[in-house]
Ligand binder design. Sequence first.
Ligand code: C2O
Ligand code: CU
Ligand code: CU
Length: 570
Amino acid sequence: MKNSTWFVFILLYSGITLGQTPIVIPDTLSGTNIALNMHNDSVQLFPSGPKSKTFGYNQFAYLGPTIILNKGQVANFDVTNSIDDTTTVHWHGLHVPAMWDGGPHTPILAGEIWHPTFKVMDHASTYWYHPHWHMKTAKQAIKGAAGLIIVRDSTERSLNLPRRYGVDDFPIIIQCQQYDSLNQAMPLGMQDSTILVNGARANNGYSVYGDFPAQIVRMRLLNASGERSFLFGFTNDFPFHQIGSDGGLLNEAFHTTRILLSPGERAEILVNLSTLNGQTLQLMSYASELAMGIQGGPTMPMPNGPPMDSPLNGIDFNILQINVVAPTINPVTSIPSTLENNIPFLASDANVTRTIRFTADSMMVMDGPFYFNDSLFNMMRIDYNIPLNNVEIWKLVNETMVAHPFHIHDVQFFLLNRNETVMPTPSESGRKDVILVPPGDSLKFITKFEDFADSMVPYMFHCHILMHEDAGMMGQFVVTESFAGNSEIEPNNQILNVYPNPSNSILKVNMPLGKSTSEIVIFDNVGKICFQTTSSKDEESIDISQFENGIYMISILRENQYFHQKFIKK
Ligand code: C2O
Ligand code: CU
Ligand code: CU
């Protein structure tokens, strides 16, 4: 092209482009002690009018740092709530004790600091964190309260995969939001038409680009949208390999041109850019190919005229422009043929099949409320008592006209089949914690409830369309060592001795764990912190005479280990 042609081209191009920004690669946090601080912030997302109010973690005005954890390590968190509302932080996809899972029973009140601590037991994969305060999850997550978690393990490390964060391994958080006329995010909007990539606007006159090296690169895709599903692919059907699903690597790299991610789902893909040096490629959503009933797909014809839907529905659009630049030193040049050895649980080992029907008041309901088995979420109702180590089949039956991404906490599962006869595709044959159930379909998955029994703090399962979740498309289960959720004292911890138990005035806590400082926290039966102190003594006396009668949990953190036990105030 001649210089003058370039000039005209650039003029034309800048005329239609309000902003072209390089992809933001969030800073990382790693190590044993990780501090998150959720705060109010604001961002000038729109060229005119007020800034959009946001939530961010740490130095970010929107989204949060990427947390990097190693399987086997202990991670201690300080989560500070600096917003003017209650929140929680949930480690989506991680297998952690219920009391540290960050569900709606463990609120962090405004101004408080929460100290979860757990051992990382998960397979290498891409997970994420976000608030889970009931009826506020959409509001908080959609204003930016979310971040990625990358878990590494020895299996993944032994493979020749791109893993240089921000160099050949790229975190890509995609959101689609609706903003009102004052530029504020609308958590319940059905006309979501603003695409954000790692927090930057990526459509309607804006675009986000990444300079990716001409070699095999890895992209960690997270759909952090409130409702929209994306059918990702590249321009001209440029092929790629999916190597991971929600909770780990697939057994083998899966060669494909499309990947569907519903809200909450993640996938890791490898793209071989080695032949494209100097060229560009778009990561797109091929929403025209989505089935009707999947949010983002073609709008369903309605008897009373079309619903107020997003202009993005059913069309193909760009998400991220990839400018292919010179390769790095030591590029990864081949894709390992085998990755993991996932061994799904055997259906013959399952003790129980639970059926969860997705229901609504009528077949015509498009925007909720939606129910599980005809009932709304109730904080005070435990939907299932699951014996520790149970292998279970969950059958999900979608009786509504809308696709719902079903998510379960605590575990990763394996899809057994869709509609009884359709075996999982390679894309869905790995470890999963979210799965999309299209309208009218059913599916079965199998999982095992291991390691963490707690008859008091439940785990959640819910639709990951955040508006559906907040409106009550959620349930909860406890995993118990004994059946029927009995809440007797289980003296399962000799290191920590709490006595007398029951007690009515002074509770003695014996912790012969060395001389370092302990954090002591007492939670009530809904997970609210009612007492907190630090101590470096062997024995501490705590006055509980002002506590209401009931069951409490005491949790002690000392030398990177935590201990917890229940006691009764009588
Ligand atoms: Cu991503 Cu229960 O949540
Ligand atoms: Cu979760
Ligand atoms: Cu739903």
